[in-house]
Design a binder for this molecule. Structure first.
Ligand SMILES: Cc1ncc(COP(=O)(O)O)c(C=O)c1O
Length: 385
């Protein structure tokens, strides 16, 4: 992913950048590329609105701001994700509340999410980890709580019933960062069918400035605008997305078949619905992720133990480090009996995955059958020796 050989950047993106530079308009307030990207994104997902912004983290910040937590309200999310999932919750003065995950997918366990719901829960922020759908639609609906879907790793992921990820709740959030399925370097998109949420997100991305009339600021907002250069590249990339995901599914299917008889190795299911951002494998004892990752690295296979060095509930940012100034606000707001569970021991399934059993293999739309066969051979050797 760090050079052109692992990306789909080509003549179309060069033409897109050239088009924008020739136009002389690089800013999306007055340009046409970002607005067109939003229309294309919304149409593909069959929703009324898309709002582009400068990163996946920004997209999540727009979503969290739009669901409007009171300071100290709680948002339930996953301990296995990028910190970009959690930072926007803190930035809106809300409290990240984690729930434990499924031992085979690393995705939030719906029952654990239900158990974490309390009187101050303002939203559920589900993460479709590595591109596998986590289905929190029913638990969110049953409790009347908005569901935000973090689809940063889950472009064109589908729920088991075929619904596209990002359309199953109130807001879907996507990332266009360098390592994602499609990229413009950094960029983000949100989608929603809710006109009120869409307007709040658009205002939050542009200093609360509605742009259609007077120069006045209706609400608190930042500058999270996507540039026209990024938007034009993202449009060219978006046109390639179905091919990217189809190629990843095809090669992932080959690896699933090649490894399906291996004892002690749990493989993802639902190949055709998964987006295969990475290829995750869960190892059973006595296999450990550090040992197998070490053997794979020695064989030249890009694989890592655990995905994270520690689950997010163990991050220093949530355990003792000040959040604002020297204060831990908003983490100090809940009544003592609902202080969020952070630190080692709080979510044992997530901890076991990261520390011992989860192994992630880099995945890419450019993998050939020969690449996949080499990976299969190396995994077989690493777990058998
Ligand atoms: C699941 C998840 N959420 C959020 C983010 C944040 O996205 P970005 O890096 O574009 O800010 C990422 C990726 O980096 C991610 O993988």
């Amino acid at each position: 992913m760090v050079d052109a050989s692992g990306r789909t950047l080509g003549a179309e993106e060069i033409e897109a950048v050239t088009r924008v530079i020739r136009s002389g308009m690089l800013n999306s307030v007055w340009g046409s590329e970002v607005r067109a990207l939003e229309r294309e994104m919304a149409a593909y997902h069959g929703v009324a609105h898309a709002v582009a912004c400068s990163s996946g983290t920004a997209a999540l910040h727009l979503a969290v701001a739009a669901v409007a937590p009171e300071p100290g309200d709680e948002i339930i999310t996953s301990p296995i994700s990028d910190f970009g999932t959690v930072a926007p919750i803190l930035a809106q003065n809300a409290v990240p509340v984690f729930a434990d995950v499924d031992p085979h997918t690393g995705n939030l366990d719906p029952e654990a999410v239900a158990a974490a719901i309390g009187p101050r829960t303002r939203a559920i922020l589900g993460v479709h980890l590595f591109g596998a759908a986590v289905d929190l639609r029913a638990v969110a609906a049953a409790h009347g709580i908005p569901l935000i879907e973090d689809c940063a790793q889950a472009w064109l992921t589908r729920y088991p019933d075929g619904q596209l990820a990002g359309t199953g709740g109130a807001i879907g959030c996507f990332s266009l960062q360098q390592w994602k399925h499609i990229t413009c370097g950094d960029g983000g998109l949100t989608i929603t069918s809710d006109t009120v949420l869409a307007r709040r997100m658009r205002l939050f991305a542009d200093k609360g400035w509605p742009r259609e009339g007077a120069r006045r600021h209706e609400s608190l907002g930042l500058n999270y605008r996507m540039t026209e250069l990024a938007g034009a590249v993202a449009r060219a990339q978006f046109a390639k997305l179905p091919g990217v995901v189809a190629a990843r599914r095809q090669s992932a299917q080959r690896l699933v078949e090649a490894l399906s008889d291996l004892p002690g190795v749990h493989l993802p299911s639902g190949v055709g619905a998964h987006a295969w951002w990475l290829f995750p494998v869960v190892l059973g004892p006595p296999l450990t992720n550090q040992e197998v990752a070490g053997k794979l690295a020695a064989a030249g296979i890009p694989a890592r133990a655990g995905y994270l060095d520690e689950p997010l509930h163990c991050a220093p940012a949530l355990n003792g480090t000040p959040v604002y100034g020297s204060s831990r606000y908003p983490l100090t707001v809940p009544p003592a009996d609902r202080l969020p569970a952070y630190g080692r021991g709080a979510f044992p399934v997530a901890e076991r995955l990261v520390d011992q059993s989860l192994l992630v293999i880099d995945w890419n739309e450019r993998y050939t059958d020969a690449h996949v066969d080499e990976i299969a051979h190396a995994v077989r050797a690493a777990v058998s020796s």
